[in-house]
Design a protein around this ligand. Structure first.
Ligand code: IZC
Ligand code: ZN
Length: 437
């Protein structure tokens, strides 16, 4: 080893799931824990980690450019948020009282509100306005310890407006220190201009939107809101198969409210992940397990919608040995929060997941839900140096002491971009070679 760019010392407790592949069932509880640890970083990657003693002996005669001492804190892999509706205009607090008085999410949508309200605001916004708003949210996520975020389109619902959203996500990925992974979700709702003509809108998605998005390289994944009154199983299958034919990997909003069979469809077509799953049947979960589909659970959404029902995380882990991942579902309607730590608390409270399972769900399993298990999601030699540093004595403390942000610092690609709970200067927060617009 010739040189170390950054040596992270003073790690009181380092906790990480091992390896690159999804951790299934009981494996989710098996995390590696090292007390009094160090992590050595070169060129944005982890080159060594272990007890301070072991790392120091490895580094004899090696030039160390910079050392930081994290003061005995807890260190985990950078957290990964694999399901967000990051880029959008406006907000929907005007629907709050209606929601609290008992009008359902799907009824609000059927009345032309909900997603369709955000479509109006997103279409009306300029690219710069969308960029500025999403950037603010990304900073909030980063301050929470998140280092990679998925972002879905789906508030444009026309060629022009979908491309606008995806271009904003691309520019954010180029200019913001976090990595943003794009998903095309033109099948988020049927736009007003196609009211009563859902099939014609599906034609537009299949014939024009998907080919254009794929041709421009604006998304890696394709997602569909497969739900009663939104897109049917047949429509979802058609859209996702077209996406796959154009090189987009399938994700699916499945069985959130009604058990339509979205989990079964995810298994049938070999989707990388299926999301929500509150109403998924045993047959659906078995199909997912058989075909290696990752369940991405979003407990903030059921919490915010005031539902008594929750995704069956215990059955997924204990009975079906599925590799559960967690995400915020950050969006202006059903889950307006950037806080992955709130989601961790709700996963403990409502999904009955253990602190170790929660960490695995927010790191290596989330990385695999984005097809990036080989690069991120665990502290391992050769992986990107993405670390979250918490003011907490141990893992259980994160979901235990709730309602506050425990993140003290964040390292992304070997750069310290949050320190002492604040964003480090703008300089460090740019990606190399890209100037702030
Ligand atoms: O804006 O309501 N569930 N899509 C599916 C959402 C929630 C986002 C929204
Ligand atoms: Zn969603």
């Amino acid at each position: 080893m010739e040189r170390i760019d950054l040596l992270v010392t003073g790690i009181g407790r380092l906790v990480t799931p091992p390896g690159n592949v999804p951790r299934c069932g009981q494996q989710m509880r098996e995390v590696h824990e090292i007390m009094d640890a160090m992590v050595a970083i070169r060129a944005g990657k982890i080159v060594a980690f272990g007890t301070a003693q072991d790392v120091i002996s490895l580094l004899a005669n090696v030039e160390i450019v910079e050392t930081i001492d994290v003061g005995g804190r807890l260190v985990t892999p950078g957290l990964i948020d694999p399901h967000t509706h990051l880029v959008h205009g406006g907000s929907r607090e005007h629907e709050l009282v209606m929601k609290r008085s008992g009008v359902s999410y799907l009824d609000i949508l059927a009345q032309g509100g909900g997603i369709l309200n955000t479509v109006q605001s997103t279409r009306a916004a300029s690219e710069q306005e969308l960029y500025d708003k999403a950037r603010g949210s990304l900073n909030g996520m980063l301050l929470n310890g998140v280092t990679t975020v998925e972002a879905k389109s789906g508030y444009g619902l026309s060629l022009e407006a979908e491309l606008k959203q995806l271009r904003v996500a691309k520019r954010l990925n180029e200019t913001h220190p976090l990595d943003i992974v794009s998903t095309f979700m033109g099948a988020h709702a049927v736009p007003l201009a196609y009211k009563g003509r859902a099939e014609a809108y599906v034609d537009l998605i299949v014939n024009e939107l998907i080919p254009k998005v794929a041709e421009e390289g604006l998304a890696e994944f394709c997602d569909v809101f497969c739900e009663q009154g939104v897109f049917s199983i047949e429509q979802s299958r058609r859209i996702l198969l077209k996406g796959m034919a154009c090189g987009l990997i399938s994700k699916i909003h499945a069985d959130e409210i009604e058990p339509l069979g979205g989990a079964e469809l995810a298994g049938e077509i070999g989707a990388i992940s299926a999301e929500h799953l509150l109403a998924a049947t045993d047959k659906g979960l078995a199909a997912m397990a058989e075909h290696g589909v990752i369940p991405v659970l979003l407990p903030g959404t059921s919490f915010n919608l005031g539902l008594a029902k929750h995704a069956r995380a215990r059955a997924m882990i204990d009975t079906y040995a599925l590799p559960v991942a967690l995400a915020t579902d950050y969006n202006p309607g059903s889950c307006p929060t950037e806080s992955i730590q709130l989601i961790m608390m709700l996963a403990s409270l409502n999904l009955k997941m253990t602190p170790e399972e929660i960490l695995t769900a927010c790191t290596i399993n989330a990385a695999n839900a984005l097809g990036r298990g080989g690069e991120i999601g665990s502290i391992a030699v050769g992986k990107r140096a993405d670390l979250a540093i918490f003011d907490a004595p141990n893992l259980a403390y994160l979901p235990y002491h709730f309602g506050i942000n425990h993140t003290f610092a964040v390292i992304k690609n070997g750069n310290v971009i949050v320190w002492n709970r604040a964003l480090v200067t703008d300089e460090a927060c740019k990606k190399e070679g890209h100037d702030e617009p």
